[in-house]
Design a protein around this ligand. Structure first.
Ligand code: CA
Length: 220
């Protein structure tokens, strides 16, 4: 919930918590953009630091999280604007708590089918095999233990062997973050993957990014 007015945020948080939701409240647009990913966003448009519409567009550009916009009475908001913002629904203050819960349920239901991920495919490139369902990784027949992010990074690279993946692209797609300069996290994970698998498997493409190089299957 992005809401700067504690007189609104507090009772809503209490009510939603009672209704079984796990609620995190932030009071600013900057706070909303810095928050961990959530299953749904309630976004007040009138925020002290950033324009709520900017926050909405930015959240939408990062992913498919359902967004319910909350606007004050008198603010111009219609379906067209809502679509432009990328929001899924809106409520005008003052609104009833039951109405809010009904909207949350409806939006969650509507987006659930769209959001359910396709079943993860298996990947087999050279000596590397990845079981998408069990998330088990083996290299030259030996199991490899990876952290969740290492796993996602490896799957992303190995799914398209030979293709160069840019640093910004990797940060955006694997870390789900917009790139603001440092990609140290990425380097750390690449280094770790090279150590756990084989250094030659992930090639550095200078000034661009990385590419997965398929190593030949071991000859029996
Ligand atoms: Ca406000």
């Amino acid at each position: 919930m992005v809401e700067d007015d504690p007189r609104i945020a507090e009772p809503l948080r209490e009510g939603l918590t009672r209704a079984g939701y796990d609620v995190v409240v932030v009071a600013t647009g900057a706070g909303a953009l810095a928050a961990d990913p959530t299953d749904l966003v309630l976004l007040d448009l009138g925020l002290p630091d950033l324009d709520g519409q900017v926050v909405c567009r930015e959240l939408r550009s990062r992913g498919s999280v359902p967004i319910i916009v909350i606007s004050a009475r008198g603010e111009e908001i219609d379906r067209v604007m809502l679509l432009e913002l990328g929001a899924d629904d809106y409520l005008v203050k003052p609104f009833g708590f039951r109405e809010l819960v009904a909207r949350i349920r409806a939006v969650a239901r509507r987006t659930a089918t769209e959001m359910s991920p396709p079943s993860a495919p298996n990947i087999s490139v050279g000596a590397l095999t990845i079981d998408g369902r069990t998330r088990r990784v083996a290299y030259r027949g030996d199991p490899v233990s990876l952290t969740p992010k290492e796993y996602e990074l490896l799957v992303y690279l190995a799914a398209d062997p030979g293709a160069v993946k840019g640093r910004e692209q990797l940060m955006r797609d694997v870390w789900d973050e917009n790139w603001w300069g440092s990609t140290k996290t990425l380097d750390v994970h690449i280094a770790s993957l090279r150590k756990k698998l084989e250094p030659e498997l992930i090639e550095t493409v200078r000034a661009v990014g990385f590419r997965f190089v398929a190593t030949p299957e071991p000859t029996p």
